[in-house]
Design a protein around this ligand. Structure first.
Ligand code: ATP
Length: 311
């Protein structure tokens, strides 16, 4: 509500409809934890002509203090936000589509996360975009929310309900793995998160060292610290010792990986072309991409097309 108070909604204060809005606002903010823009969308959408006159100044004043609206109505090129609608599907962040007179933006917010979480997501999306091999949403802005938390604004992509061709996905992913190489070794430009679990990505010359220390080893430590599962930890340690033998004589070059490729992060656009979302990117052994394949639903056409490109 601080945004509203500082927004100087002075005449509105006197009307009883404002009081109604005021309480509805509070309720909505509490129920949905949306940004003020969410509420703005609801009310701007449904207002009568009387309200249009009465609240005509609100669109701009309410954006004050709301960095998402400020960006969309500034650098984002829009002069009006027509509607803000929740997008379901994610577990970790709150997602909304912002329909404007300058197109649609997709926005995720998280009341608890530092901006570094979304900065890493943007860095991953930009790295994949840079390969020009597969469609990913273009990130536009990352920032912090007024009191606590952070947000990311990106291109909104309209998905097809009828899905697409898995062979296209396999082929384009293989091209991304082949094109996205790194001269710094295995790792990434910054640490990121997989789900909401931190994922360290320090540059490392050798794949076995990287995978042992910063993937399996790190996760095993979390298992022990957070769940006290010593049995799993011990078994894991034995696997880590054997890793150099299991991967002996393999020549592994760093490939840009999406890093969290399960079915919830794969979609198809209206033209039926694959889109990959919500990455936890790093440079790694290309086959590490299939660590999540147990819940990705990749079939024969996918793998056939993938290995046709990668050999
Ligand atoms: N750029 C986009 N355009 C349109 N819809 C999107 C876009 N990015 C993601 N979505 C949809 O929004 C929903 C939430 O997105 P996403 O999975 O990135 O959220 P999340 O909370 O970070 O996810 P998770 O809980 O899986 O880590 C999903 O249903 C996804 O399909």
């Amino acid at each position: 509500m601080a945004e509203l108070r500082t927004a100087g909604v002075v005449d509105a204060h006197r009307s009883s409809s404002y009081l109604l809005f005021h309480h509805a606002w509070k309720l909505l903010l509490r129920c949905h934890e949306r940004t003020p823009a969410f509420v703005q969308g609801v009310f701007v959408q449904g207002r009568s002509r009387w309200h249009q006159r009465r609240f005509s100044h609100l669109k701009i004043t309410m954006a004050d203090g709301d960095p998402i609206c400020e960006w969309i109505l500034g650098e984002g090129g829009a002069s009006k936000i027509k509607r803000v609608t929740p997008v379901g599907g994610g577990c970790i962040n709150v997602a909304n589509r912002y329909d404007t007179d300058f197109g649609v933006y997709f926005v995720k917010t998280n009341r608890d996360a530092e901006t570094s979480m979304f900065e890493a997501e943007a860095a991953g999306l930009n790295a994949m975009l840079g390969t020009k091999t597969i469609r990913v949403p273009k990130p536009r802005k990352v920032g912090s929310l007024p009191r606590k938390g952070s947000y990311i604004i990106m291109e909104f992509i309209e998905f097809s309900f009828s899905g697409g061709n898995q062979a296209d996905l396999g082929r384009q992913l293989a091209r991304m793995h082949k094109t996205g190489t790194s001269e710094s070794g295995f790792g990434f430009v910054m640490d990121n998160t997989i789900g909401s679990t931190p994922q360290p990505n320090p540059w490392t010359n050798d794949w076995v060292d990287f995978y042992r220390e910063y993937r399996l080893g790190y996760q095993l430590k979390l298992v022990q610290q957070q769940y006290r599962d010593n049995d799993l930890y011990e078994k894991g340690q034995r696997l880590l010792e054997r890793l150099p033998f299991l991967l002996k004589d393999l020549k592994i070059t760093p490939s840009l990986l999406h890093g969290d490729l399960w079915s919830g992060n794969v979609a198809y656009d209206k033209e039926g072309m694959p889109v990959i979302l919500d990455p936890a990117c790093y440079y790694g052994h290309n086959e590490a991409e299939f660590g999540m394949s147990w819940c990705a639903g990749f079939g024969d056409p996918f793998y056939k097309a993938y290995f046709e490109v990668l050999g």
